[in-house]
Write a protein that binds this ligand. Structure first.
Ligand code: MN
Length: 283
């Protein structure tokens, strides 16, 4: 199932070029009271919402996909957990271009571990990316994102995919420079997520998906998640050995080679096999 959030927080099921409006299924989320759980409420109640959505589907109003505004399919991710230098070819390009990485000797995720990106940076494709520092180098990084569906810690890699609700396309937008990653990668709108949540049952193997990113029609990034250094299962095992995972946590799995700058007025087109495509404007 492909679940989208659109327009004014409506819930849709994407079918081909159409969206079925199943917003009534959000009634399956129990009213929240202070203090809120450390989880996104939709992901916490996904099974109930999904069952209600399936029931509404035959009579749901249909809208053309291109007429709606797509928001982040996860509205309130507790965290964005992200993988630095998780493709060998990206390590090579970062080593060759001092503008990408400010360490003289660029290592991989095996040395750096993980980093956190502010969850408040998350936006959907229709909201676009706003460059607060247009004179700095602002790079695109397309990444497969795994969306956590179950709470857990110390999850062995053999069970890791049981903890994934689904997948989406992520853009880990980045200001290049010597400051800490958590600063440079967390401006508002620097975590694009979309175009929708594709549930895990539709993706047989997340570690065998083609990714591509074009800027103004020019191909910049094209790779396969086959080349991940830490694959999705290992990322979940590793992350959950440090902290308990919660429904709605986003795991940005790292970007392949081809990163490069964008400027106001550019349009990025991102696609991942099985997850769809999204267009994101830069301003
Ligand atoms: Mn990244």
């Amino acid at each position: 199932m492909k679940l989208c959030r659109f327009d004014r927080d409506r819930l849709g099921i994407v079918e081909g070029e159409d969206v079925a409006d199943v917003s009534g299924a959000l009634g399956a989320i129990p009213p929240a009271r202070y203090p809120l759980p450390k989880a996104d409420l939709l992901l916490l109640n996904l099974e109930a919402v999904r069952a209600a959505a399936v029931e509404l589907l035959p009579r749901a109003p249909r809208l053309p996909l291109r007429s709606i505004r797509l928001l982040s399919p996860v509205a309130n991710p507790p965290r964005i957990i992200a993988a630095p230098v998780n493709y060998p070819a990206h390590q090579r390009e970062a080593s060759a271009d001092g503008g990408v990485h400010f360490d003289k000797d660029v290592r991989t995720i095996e040395t750096y571990g993980l980093f956190l990106k502010s969850a408040t940076a998350v936006v959907g494709p229709s909201e676009g990316v706003a460059l607060g520092f247009p004179d700095r180098r602002n790079d695109h990084e397309i990444e497969l994102v795994a969306v956590v569906g179950r709470e857990g810690r110390c999850i062995p890699r053999g069970q890791a995919l049981d903890y994934v609700a689904g997948y989406a396309i992520g853009l880990d937008m980045t200001i290049r420079g010597p400051e800490d990653r958590s600063l440079r990668k967390s401006p508002d709108s620097f975590a694009v997520l979309g175009p929708w949540l594709t549930t895990g049952d539709e993706i047989a193997n997340p570690n065998d998906l083609l990714l591509s990113l074009h800027v103004n029609g020019e191909l910049r990034q094209r790779a396969s998640t086959r080349d991940l250094i830490f694959n999705v299962e290992r990322l979940i095992e590793y992350a959950s050995s440090f902290y308990r995972l919660y429904p709605g946590d986003l795991i940005y799995t790292g970007t392949p080679e081809g990163v490069g700058p964008v400027r106001a007025g550019d349009v990025m087109t991102c696609a991942i096999e099985g997850l769809g495509a999204m267009t994101v404007a830069v301003r």
